[in-house]
Ligand binder design. Sequence first.
Ligand code: HEC
Length: 137
Amino acid sequence: MSKSLRTKIRSRLWIWTASAIPAVAALALISTCARAADLTAAAGSYSDTCAKCHGPAGKGDGPKAAELKDKDGKPVAIGDLSDCAKMSKITDDEMFKELKEGGASVGKSKFMTPYGDAMEDDEIKGLVAYVRTLCKK
Ligand code: HEC
């Protein structure tokens, strides 16, 4: 291979690499933003839909929580979503199922409403990710 050809190839390679760097960086940025946007949307639907029972920080102290009574008139316990030790035992798949098909589908309270008819799978996945951010202790 002649020296000039080698130089040409090397400079082409360099140009290719140099132009790939910003493309990769842009892609990384876009996916970070998309994730952040998902969480913002999920935070909105959490406070619209879930906080009335689970409370704004997931502690189970929403205004509707006190109204939930079982068939014997006893108050229904709402799990503390900020309890990391407890929440870490629930996998993302289980939580997804519980949100989509309701508490009864995973042997929990029927008061945990199924959201499969009201939400797209992606929205439910966003909520699973958002619920994970509530774990504080
Ligand atoms: C009508 C009240 C109510 C609403 C609204 C509600 N939940 Fe629940 N949620 C419950 C109850 C009751 C449980 C069951 C606790 C149990 O049986 O241990 C529960 C359980 C859960 C669990 C499992 C936690 C655990 O302790 O096992 C998650 C996660 C959850 N809810 C998330 C959500 C999300 C996200 C939304 C909004 C899309 C939502 N909930 C809306 C009442 C509600």
